[in-house]
Design a protein around this ligand. Sequence first.
Ligand code: NAD
Ligand code: UDP
Length: 324
Amino acid sequence: MSRIKRILVTGGAGFIGSRLCETLVEQGHDVICVDNFFTSQKSNILHLVPCANFELIRHDVTLPLFLEVDEIYNLACPAAPGHYQYNPVKTMKTSLAGSINLLGLAKRCRAKILQASTSEVYGDPEVHPQTEDYRGSVNPIGPRACYDEGKRAAEALFMDYRRMHNMPIRVVRIFNTYGPRMHPFDGRVVSNFIRQALTGEPITIFGDGTQTRSFCYRDDLVEGLIKMMENDSDFIGPVNMGNPVEFTMLELAEMVIEQTGNHSEIVKKPLPEDDPTRRRPDITLAKQKLGWEPATPLRDGLRKTIEWFRSIDISNYTPPTPRY
Ligand code: NAD
Ligand code: UDP
């Protein structure tokens, strides 16, 4: 195994962050999880708390933080549309002030820092599939802007810190990721469809259901994030990470219905404003530079996610979003 490092994961109690913490703890690293629990539950990381090489700090990344670390994964940010639109000003602050605080921390400690960016930087793309050199088509004044523009500005900050201070940064543009520990009421399509199918509610398709997304299983993504952090070349990204197999929302609904064995009816709801019509990552760069590509087909990842949803007591989760 490589040298044991002290690693900070912000947003470490979230559904991706908790899996990242778990993996790094298993690898023997000294892991510090920072989270304000805005969109996550303590239950996601409770099993790690007794580990000697895991530490949990309740903290909001919009405020400065003083720690000594070798690496930082910056995942703190509400990610589901219903969550990030709940308090859009706070969402923007989390991306901006959060990045500035963590980049400052990384600079002081000479730590490597990875930013969890997003396919949303491409907005509603005119280029398909999306490559890293595509500059995107984002509505800067729409309801998704607090997230999309916040993440775009964070990328700009990371690149400026690199140019000014030659810092070892890493930027990963994450495409739709799903898996166990998603908040059942986060309003995202996979969690909505599974929760609806399991509880016998109608499955809500927004628009006509022909819009597409490409879904990456959480564990594949976490492996990619670690590979990107550990690459010792001067490859800083941005790099796309996601599963390049594309599905319509209607196809996803049918797959969830088939796999849960429940026969929920499908109902159509209005398409939210600025909802991207299609999205699929071109992952050539990740394959070439990191030897990374996802291994889990949607069918298998959905089975594991459905199993997890069956194992939890949904009444322990508060429905916080206006959109679930
Ligand atoms: P999540 O909501 O489960 O995790 C986000 C975590 O950040 C939560 O634990 C939340 O409580 C925490 N957080 C939010 N604001 C914070 C603040 N101000 N201070 C401290 N903690 C804060 O969502 P996720 O899907 O696991 O997303 C993790 C990261 O990956 C986010 O940065 C998100 O933008 C990025 N991402 C996710 C996807 C996806 O499809 N899941 C796609 C693109 C990018
Ligand atoms: N969607 C849907 N029904 C739902 C929730 C979402 O049809 O109950 C659609 C949504 O309009 C979008 C797609 O599914 O076209 C993915 O939505 P999600 O919020 O998961 O992610 P994002 O739009 O950020 O990719």
